[in-house]
Design a protein. Structure first.
Length: 704
């Protein structure tokens, strides 16, 4: 048997052909017909089948604890869900609906996201749902809203082959979005005039393959982008007609960027002024200017301003909405986009509606016909949830397919919050998730290939994922767990689903008339056309493609149809360094691991690339601290410490060190969880944490 499906790792959303032999053995290969990857797969995708074939750590049955110090015991689904419903109802009755929360994941399918959102916002009456996507892309969401009027990625992957200048800022696609990077490299090989500019304090594989690497000081992205903006203005690269006809805010922007000379900016960024001039010249002359970014911009206390400063470069040059031109925030997770579409953030409602907008609330209430009004104030965001648990303001949390014990900033505080929480439900595939240890109720979920549903990749492309295998034990699809729970809560009439297709059809109807209209999309259509891009209005049914590129008519989603250029100050408000903590730690991903390794950790082959956690530090910084290559070092910050081996490399700037974020708390009796060190500072508008800037000190580790 052969099945076409989609990779469940990153936001590239590669098509995969799964072959199932009569003995049950699975193989995977890239789907040559899939428009995103054209048959290619990266190391993670090529080994994806092992994550379902190795069942050694699978959660197989619902489990409950009958007291905090008691061990988990196997129970039936009815017992687990009825007890959870009883506890949720008690808290809601006693402390109000905001006493409970759901913390979900960009790995959830669209149907699952939609259902949890409907349950808590429409029926429980709280907006306390947030997602781990808050940790990676919420600054881009706010940046798009402020500049383009809505959270809408304007470009598509085919723009890669149309572009001649790539501006990669705060991203390492060579490792984290490898198939897109291969498309960029192939395009450059065929077209030697194509230029790649990489902005990153680290010399990553992306930086090594670029024509120009700008290794800026951490936190100075806005200084750089404003300096490029100034040069574009001074050198006549502004598209005056576009600015006049389709944007607001240019005069204030001009005034802002003129405040600093390019030499001053270069000094602050720690790069040569000539390099900034070169970047600006390439961007200005480009026929196709594509900017790509991820966590380096988003995971910052000024993440929204960083996004705006980059989008501004497209708006002042008019390089948006045409082939090869546009800002392109790459999503880290496979369905971070789908979660945004169904409103799976504490601030939003389905189809990019907002909880603070009375008209939007009324539209959704009328559609859901719930027994309660949707609350007008945003719910708790990711970091706020764990802070509220610690203060006992939040009583119960239900965590779905994510591992906050490892992935959240200031993980020691998260650990304390989970210990203090009155009631924790963990719904997951694997016992590898460190968070399972803190659960009062554990619910076993079906994995990739074991459930059907849809996901949306970084270019707004919706893919259908078929069910290929039965889930082991009593594991259930996440959507079914939620609708069964909603029935136990007494909302059966509105959660009377029998399959994921019914949920999806309901979701598509709520998008009618919005900018992400997918009313014409059904499972049948997706099975026929494989994938489509939203918006997909009724008339798209004929071509079965949808909309490749947004804003081709240069009408934006703002109230007046004009894009907004924002003058953004170039300051950074990250945790300050000082004599005790003079180095800046930045955290990130490595090529062959995914998030907190609950999936990739099962695949031995993927552990060969970088087998253990490490700290990259510049040789000069190592020398003055007496640190040798491979030596165990103690990395200390204001909230915690880790012990890892040092790797001396000039790939990081002096003053900077780097640690991968994947490893959990305990390995070889060393503390290796990078998020012991990070802080819970967030961007005030996006609430995205500042993972890329933590003040630390490093010294050789000596046994006490
Ligand atoms: Fe999967 Fe992303 Fe690799 Fe494609 S690039 S195979 S989606 S991990």
């Amino acid at each position: 048997m052969t099945h076409q499906t989609t990779c469940c790792y990153c936001g590239v959303g590669c098509g995969i052909v799964v072959k199932q032999e009569p003995n049950g053995r699975l193989t995977v290969e890239g789907d040559k017909e899939h428009p995103s990857n054209r048959g290619m797969l990266c190391s993670k995708g090529m080994n994806l089948h092992y994550t379902v074939m190795d069942g050694s750590d699978r959660l197989l049955y619902p489990q409950m604890r009958f007291g905090r110090s008691m061990p988990l015991q196997r129970v039936g689904w009815d017992t687990a869900l009825e007890r959870t419903a009883a506890i949720f109802k008690t808290f809601i009755q006693k402390y109000g609906p905001d006493s409970v929360a759901f913390y979900v994941s960009g790995q959830c399918l669209t149907e699952e996201y939609y259902l949890v959102n409907k349950l808590i916002k429409g029926f429980i009456g709280s907006n306390n749902i947030d997602t781990n996507s808050r940790l990676c892309m919420s600054s881009a969401v706010v940046g798009y809203k402020l500049s383009l009027g809505e959270d809408s990625v304007p470009v598509c992957y085919d723009d890669i082959e149309e572009a001649d200048v790539f501006f990669v800022q705060g991203a390492n696609p060579a490792w984290c979005h490898p198939i897109l990077w291969r498309r960029i490299e192939a395009h450059k090989t065929a077209n030697p005039h194509v230029k790649i500019i990489c902005v990153d304090p680290r010399r990553t594989d992306t930086a090594r393959s670029s024509d120009l690497h700008l290794p800026i000081r951490p936190g100075t992205d806005i200084v750089l982008n404003n300096a490029i903006g100034r040069l574009l203005i001074e050198n006549g690269f502004v598209d005056a007609d576009f600015v006049l006809d389709h944007t607001d805010g240019f005069a204030a922007y001009r005034e802002q960027v003129m405040q600093r000379t390019v030499e001053e900016a270069a000094d602050l960024c720690g790069v040569e002024a000539e390099a900034i001039q070169q970047a600006a010249a390439w961007i200005g002359r480009a026929n196709g200017f594509l900017s790509l970014w991820t966590m380096g911009l988003n995971q910052s206390v000024v993440g929204v301003n960083k996004n705006l400063s980059l989008i501004n470069l497209h708006l002042i040059t008019g390089k948006i909405g045409t082939p090869g031109n546009g800002p392109f925030s790459l999503t880290g997770q496979p369905n971070a986009m789908g979660g945004r579409e169904v409103g799976g953030l504490a601030t939003s409602l389905p189809a990019h509606r907002e909880v603070t907008n009375a008209t939007h609330r009324a539209e959704v209430e009328a559609f859901w016909q719930g027994p309660v009004n949707i609350a007008p104030k945003p719910g708790l965001t990711a970091t706020e949830m764990f802070e509220a648990l610690a203060k006992d303001e939040l009583k119960a949390i239900w965590i779905i397919n994510t591992n906050p014990m490892v992935s959240m900033p200031d993980a020691n505080a998260v650990e304390k919050a989970l210990k203090k929480a009155r009631f924790v439900v963990v719904q997951d595939v694997s016992s590898r998730a460190d968070t399972v240890a803190f659960a009062d109720v554990v619910l076993p979920a079906a994995a990739w290939l074991e459930k059907e549903g849809t996901m949306t990749n970084a270019e707004r492309r919706i893919s259908y994922l078929p069910k290929v295998l039965d889930a082991p034990g009593e594991a259930l699809p996440d959507a079914e767990i939620i609708w069964r729970f909603a029935q136990k809560m007494g909302f059966g009439e509105s959660f009377n689903y029998t399959c994921a297709s019914e949920v999806y059809q309901e979701y598509t109807r709520i998008t009618a008339g919005t900018n992400i209209d997918v009313t014409g999309v059904s499972y049948e259509l997706l099975k026929k056309h494989r994938t489509v891009q939203w918006p997909f209005p009724e008339q798209s049914k004929e071509n079965g493609v949808g909309t490749k590129r947004l804003f081709a008519d240069h009408r934006f989603y703002t109230a007046n149809g004009r894009a907004q250029i924002h003058a953004v100050p170039d300051g950074n408000a990250s945790e300050p360094t000082d004599e005790d903590f003079p180095l800046v730690l930045t955290t990130g991903r490595i090529r062959d691991q995914w998030h907190t390794m609950t999936k990739t950790g099962r695949v031995a082959k993927l552990g060969q690339h970088i087998p253990e956690p490490l700290l990259q530090i510049h040789p000069n910084d190592a020398r003055i601290r007496g640190i040798r290559e491979g030596q165990l070092v103690l990395v200390q910050g204001r909230r915690g410490e880790v012990r890892v081996k040092a790797q001396l490399t000039e790939d990081v700037r002096p003053g900077l060190c780097f640690m991968p974020m994947h490893w959990g708390k305990i390995l070889n009796n060393n503390q290796v969880r990078a998020n012991n060190l990070t802080n819970a500072l967030v961007d005030p508008r996006s609430k995205e944490p500042d993972f890329k800037f933590t003040a630390v000190e490093v010294k050789p580790y000596r046994k006490p």
